[in-house]
Design a protein around this ligand. Sequence first.
Ligand code: PLP
Length: 395
Amino acid sequence: MLSNRELFLMNTAQTSNSPRLVEVEKAEGIYLYGPQGQQYMDLVSGFNVSNIGHRHPKVLEAIRQQLDKYLHVTVYGEFVQAPQVQFATDLLAVLPPSFESVYLTNSGAEAVEGSMKIAKRFTGRRQIIAAKKAYHGSTQGALSLIGNEEYQTAYAPLLPEIDFITFNNLSDLSAITDKTAAVILEAIQGEAGVRVPEVAYMQAVRKRCNETGTLLIFDEIQTGFGRTGKLFAFEHFGIVPDILMLAKGIGGGMPLGAFVAPKQIMDVIKDNPMLGHITTFGGHPVSCAAAKASLQVIKDERLIEQVEEKALLFRQLLQHPKIKEIRGLGLMMCLQLENFDQVYQVSKYCAEHGVMIDWYLHCETALRVAPPLTITTDQIREACTIIRAGVEKYT
Ligand code: PLP
């Protein structure tokens, strides 16, 4: 009989020639477990999803309760489904009052697609500006915003009338004009290797968008739900975007995304033509029940209040002459090494010693460290000892 690993390689689509091939039997808290009893600390959080750890008991309980009621009942936006309504209400309650309406999706990329559509329709403009080295997802619209020629050429033609500015570069902001429907930015560029912009830059973007009547859309798909030490990263910059895109950590481990906007902007999808943006599974009731519980856990366990202290401990323990820089905000971190070989060898060493770390799409020279916010200080010490040993050995 073929093993699951062999079947994986044979029967499921391969997205690279070098998959990690770590087999997961179970996951709990910050740990992943393999079939032979291997134990790994998950310092990637399933790519910024498991902010409250894997299988949080409150999330499991909310899922069980919803399983006893209903699963899918109809397409999004028709029936009144309590888990959707209640989660949307809780989400709006933790956002500034300009956010009035939540559209629930299956994924981050779909939140991006919907946001681009409402921005173009609301403003009546066609141009969208994104940042070089951005990552907003893999669907054709989201990929059009990637600002990376290799991917854009490979899948051309992508969407027209998209222009790029350099992230965190003030002089590029003059490219935003009264022809620009929207500027779409990650609050912190993740896949570019965790690039945290200046507060003054984000405030200047906001100002320029106000001057030109352009909508400012923030992608908080990686940065949301406490990851950076605030519930949402825009809070660090003292500005509020017009549209907020969410996914990943939103669902407590269940698939869910959202875009949130003022009602006036969201309402453009209602008519002329009606059903301007629809989805079958978006806002799945089980995912929404999990998301509501997850948001409550973030609040009840005061996870955000602990982020800064935990991040500081990581930064202290990871001081090493071969780690050239530790970039990031809160528990969204990146360790800058010299080349991809070092990144590959160190992350392989860490996995062999029970710590899962990874790298970034547009920055092959940096290690990704983004643990669940629930990680304890003892676990941080244990993980950092292993990472330092890997760096010592392979740099
Ligand atoms: N935006 C950002 C910043 C992301 O990191 C991702 C996924 O990694 C996406 C959008 C796309 O989300 P999804 O993979 O759920 O479509």
